[in-house]
Design a protein around this ligand. Structure first.
Ligand code: ASP
Length: 589
């Protein structure tokens, strides 16, 4: 037998018992007459003790053990004289009577402890060692529990899990596809799914009614810290539902997961329209852990001779509470430089300080009287001690820039608190987005999203301008400024789907070639349906208050999309290339 107990479970109550443990050497301390070893496994760490006086041979053997050696030991459980209150097993130690080295280990390239000295690349190369570290293991265990709780909840609610294929034809979710050459069909390629979108809709046509899948999706995008080329979604679809029913179901799932995983009871999620989000926060995924809403100052600030504002389409500001005393000229300059960085792109930053002594100091004081500036403060509900920051320019750009500034101030002022969760539904997204440069429409969500019922007629018969104003039954779940997921009620009617493809610039042939199967299915009694998908990796990270999804993926890829451990992607040999018809004439010497 390798073990009677694991390394995390022995307590004082086990005193006197003879036990067998197996695990890895975390650390060893040689104190001359005694050698102590910390033995680690997934469940914890137990101290082993070897005594020179009692068994010199065994103690000598223990001294030779290196870090990460794999051991099996026999011994008896003893009360420790100096206890370690920070460890669950800290009251006991094992007085070892037999030791077997199950495997030796080279010295690991970084320390395998909670805090490690290994850099990111090194840890990815030796991911199997990084995964031995408790915080990393905890994340993977957390993920496993989250998946199990998700399955339990959805199964209970009547959803069935269906596996959809991984070798498919491309689904346009807005990213590039990964493709796989077909050996048996020369010159033809499969695509890896960006999502199971069309399959889950087909399952509704088939009458499965409620589908879910915890599923890998693939998108060939340039990577950022929170993106991976392959990632996991909780993907769902329901028949005979309205938007409200979809939102209620997945609000229920989210609340349940927070309760089960964190013992946090979330209140009902507020719903905010896309327009409201853009107007008040400049972004469609507002972080509601703090207020700092936008205020439009067009009517108060224009027409007083300050050309920058007079020429601007929009003059908008935010109010930061109680920071006037802390924000000196130097800090104002620094913040101004921050908004002028190319990533933000503002031309300048106007501020008004409502000082504690009642005086007002502003970077535009030359152009406006104190009464003017006071009236702006009133619009914000500003009090003594507050500072108002204003940006101006073209409406969309200014909103975006001010949205970034709002988040930056939230970060600097410590307004985004760990353990504070502010979920909301953003609803009523536009159906289509006009791309000025390409002079064409893009689907704001994806091409299968339905316009609101009240907009169907206008979509079928309206002119170009009308199309820009169409609203969709599309929704996103946002928590703390992170988009957790999104979905929509779908088109289930062939004529409407054809119209949508046309608006998106597909020719009839292209639409038929790529999506003929779906439109065909719509002709055989497709039920009204809708669904949603949550980013599973992201949900893990948000629940744990972390930024990077990488920490929740057992084998993640780096910023170049590489798996550093197996060294992929890699070249394939000429025979393979030839078989796949990717290199028709292999050169013969
Ligand atoms: N397929 C969509 C996505 O991956 C989700 C959905 O519409 O259900 O974002």
């Amino acid at each position: 037998m390798y073990r009677t107990h694991n390394c995390g479970e022995l307590r004082l109550g086990n005193e006197g018992q003879t036990v067998t443990l197996s695990g890895w050497v975390q650390k060893s301390r040689d104190l001359g007459g005694m050698t102590f070893i910390d033995l680690r496994d997934r469940y914890g760490i137990t101290q082993l003790v070897f005594n020179m006086d009692e068994n010199a041979e065994l103690c000598e053997a223990a001294r030779k053990l290196g870090r990460e050696y794999v051991l099996r030991v026999n011994g008896s459980v003893k009360e420790r004289s100096s206890k370690n209150p920070n460890r669950a097993t800290g009251d006991i130690e094992i007085d070892v009577t037999a030791l077997e080295v199950l495997n030796a280990s080279d010295t690991p390239p970084f320390t395998i402890e909670d805090e490690t000295d290994g850099g990111e690349e090194l840890r990815m190369k030796y991911r199997y060692l990084d995964l031995r570290r408790t915080p990393v293991q905890n994340n993977i265990i957390f993920r496993s529990k989250l998946a199990i709780e998700t399955r339990k909840y959805l199964a209970e609610a009547g959803f069935i899990e269906v596996e959809t294929p991984v070798l498919i034809k491309s689904t346009p979710e807005g990213a590039r596809d990964f493709v796989v050459p077909s050996r048996m069909n020369p010159g033809q390629f499969y695509a890896l799914p960006q999502s199971p979108q069309t399959f889950k809709q087909i399952l509704m046509v088939s009458g499965l009614d409620k589908y879910f899948q915890i599923v890998k999706c693939f998108r060939d995008e340039d990577l950022r810290a929170d993106r991976q080329p392959e990632f996991t979604q909780i993907d769902c679809e329901m028949s005979f539902v309205t938007q409200d029913e979809v939102l209620d179901t997945f609000e229920g799932l989210t609340k349940n997961l927070f309760q089960r995983m964190l013992e946090v009871a979330l209140p009902d999620f507020p719903r905010m329209s896309y327009d409201e989000a853009m107007e008040n926060y400049g972004i469609d995924k507002p972080d509601l852990r703090f207020e700092m809403k936008f205020q439009n100052l067009n009517s108060l600030a224009k027409g007083k001779g300050f050309k920058v504002f007079d020429d601007a389409e929009a003059v908008i500001g935010i109010c930061a509470k109680g920071i006037a005393a802390d924000y000196s000229n130097k800090q104002m300059n620094e913040l101004t430089d921050w908004v002028k960085r190319p990533q933000i792109g503002a031309k300048g930053l106007v501020y008004i300080k409502y000082n504690e002594d009642g005086s007002i100091k502003s970077s535009v004081g030359k152009f406006y009287s104190d009464e003017d500036l006071q009236s702006w403060g009133t619009a914000f509900g500003a009090e003594k001690g507050d500072v108002v920051f204003i940006l101006s320019g073209e409406l969309d750009k200014t909103r975006k820039q001010l949205g970034e500034l709002r988040l930056e101030l939230g970060r600097r002022l410590g307004l985004m608190k760990d353990g504070d969760f502010k979920p909301l539904w953003v609803v009523d997204f536009p159906l289509l987005e006009w791309d000025e440069d390409a002079e064409r429409f893009h689907a704001m969500h994806h091409p299968f999203t339905s316009p609101k019922k009240s907009d169907v007629e206008r979509m079928l018969n309206g002119d170009h301008e009308t199309m820009k104003a169409l609203r969709a039954d599309a929704y996103d779940l946002v928590i703390n400024g992170v988009e957790i997921g999104g979905g929509s009620i779908r088109i289930h009617d062939r004529a409407l789907q054809e119209r949508n493809f046309k608006l998106l610039g597909f020719t009839e042939e292209e639409a038929e070639d790529q999506f003929g199967f779906l439109m065909g299915a719509f002709e055989y009694g497709a039920p009204p349906h809708g669904g949603i998908a949550f980013g599973f990796d992201r949900l893990c990270a948000v629940l744990k208050g972390q930024n990077s999804i990488r920490d929740f993926i057992a084998f993640p890829k780096n910023n170049m999309g590489r798996d550093m451990m197996i060294d992929a992607p890699s070249k394939i040999d000429d025979t393979q290339l030839e078989e796949l018809h990717l290199q028709s004439d292999v050169k013969e010497d």
